[in-house]
Design a protein around this ligand. Structure first.
Ligand SMILES: Cc1cc2nc3c(=O)[nH]c(=O)nc-3n(C[C@H](O)[C@H](O)[C@H](O)COP(=O)(O)OP(=O)(O)OC[C@H]3O[C@@H](n4cnc5c(N)ncnc54)[C@H](O)[C@@H]3O)c2cc1C
Length: 362
């Protein structure tokens, strides 16, 4: 057996390893807890402590964790050239756009449990029904600890219904992707995540040291608009201090600058967003990717009526998925002019400005 020096990759390349990742990202508070490093570690040496990756075994110095991390700068243009080769229109901070829609799911079961118009769940459901994918990576809730996101695999509509709705604490969804491959031998997978998840996924697919074993099995990636994620433990303590019975919660919302906690039609808590700002992950102040620019399709609620989603179709595969789901009646949609996404653009600019300020301070 060939003996490799630590930090020398499989091709003899000098690679950066866990120690670099720890110093540059985790200790620097730039980790968004996407789960990529944890999932790809070939010897399961990375675990979780305090909602962050933590070393729990012996690092073999392969450098896989470092290479997939979305917070290690890389040349986004390399990915863009491959991903958007058939998409000519770039709308500034919104990224590449083939078409924009206000859309919603047609299935009442989906609409009832979804965060907004249920487009994400409906697209995944179409993907499963049509055989385009065998399973989807989503984020469910932990049975023992409501509100705590749990990366999960959805194999059927019921699994999708169980995982619908936005979780505002970070969810390490890339762990579920690696499980789909390693534990379930799935070849075609749909993926949902916020911008940092999607960037990690694109690194797996296109980085020179990407984890192709996982990346190449993802047939499409749906990105969620995201201004910020939060620490689960801090949010939970805040709700407990406010006398909220956690087991009653079935929906949380961040809309128009307010954080709302609901149980069916009943609103259990409705506070200005600034009350929970301090529980946000610091990593989000380093992120300017509000609309998940590297996704095949990005979905949010801004700039669409209540109960509808704003959908940005970006790639050829995204267009095929959206159009087929529309033709087969899984969703209904009205075309929008990309220039009409005024709030989305404003939020993208705010994120961009915030990153510039943070970088100037450091
Ligand atoms: C942390 C966060 C912040 C957001 N901020 C904004 C915002 O500022 N403005 C805006 O317009 N939209 C925002 N969104 C997106 C919005 O909340 C909806 O997810 C989006 O409109 C899609 O709605 P839907 O009805 O199609 O989703 P659904 O059909 O309910 O599907 C949502 C899917 O997302 C998955 N999911 C839920 N939470 C997470 C998570 N934390 N990580 C990865 N996957 C997850 C679910 O498992 C499900 O598959 C945010 C979402 C999240 C998770």
């Amino acid at each position: 057996m060939a003996i490799r020096a630590r930090g020398t990759g499989f091709l003899g390349l000098k690679v950066k390893i866990w120690g670099h990742l720890y110093t540059q990202v985790i200790r620097a508070d730039k980790c968004s807890f996407c789960g990529a490093c944890i999932g790809v570690c070939p010897v399961a040496a990375i675990g979780i402590k305090d909602e962050k990756p933590s070393i729990v075994g012996r690092c073999i110095g392969c450098g896989y964790c470092y290479a997939q991390c979305p917070h290690i700068p890389f040349d986004e243009h390399v990915v863009e050239e491959k991903l958007f080769k058939d998409t000519s229109s770039k709308f500034g901070l919104l990224g590449y756009v083939r078409a924009v829609y206000a859309a919603k799911a047609t299935d009442e079961e989906i609409v009832r449990v979804a965060q907004d118009g249920g487009v994400v769940t409906a697209l995944l459901n179409y993907g499963l029904d049509s055989g385009l994918i065998e399973c989807a990576v989503t984020s469910g809730l932990n049975e023992d600890d409501p509100l705590k996101p749990k990366p999960m695999l959805a194999f059927n509509k019921q699994d999708l219904l169980n995982s619908a709705g936005s979780k505002y604490a970070a969810s390490p969804n890339l762990i579920a992707l690696t499980s789909a491959v390693n534990d379930f031998q799935k070849e075609s997978i749909g993926f949902v995540g916020v911008g940092c998840h999607i960037t990690a996924l694109r690194k797996m697919q296109y980085h020179e040291y990407g984890a192709l074993k996982y990346g190449l099995r993802v047939k499409f990636a749906i990105g969620l608009f995201c201004s910020q994620t939060f620490y689960h433990s801090s949010l939970k303590n805040f709700l407990l201090e406010n006398g909220i019975n956690l087991s009653r919660i079935n929906k949380t919302e961040i809309v128009s600058g307010r954080f709302k906690v609901k149980s069916g039609e009943e609103t259990l808590l409705d506070v200005p967003l600034k009350k929970i700002k301090n529980f946000g992950r610091k990593s989000c102040s380093f992120c300017d990717d509000f609309t998940a620019r590297l996704a095949d399709i990005s979905v949010g609620n801004m700039d669409s009526p209540e109960g509808w989603c704003t959908v940005i179709v970006r790639t050829a595969i995204g267009e095929m998925l959206f159009k087929r789901a529309l033709e087969k009646g899984y969703i209904t949609a009205n075309k929008l002019d990309p220039k009409s996404l005024k709030l989305t653009l404003k939020m993208s600019k705010i994120k961009k400005r915030m990153v510039t300020e943070v970088e100037a301070q450091s």
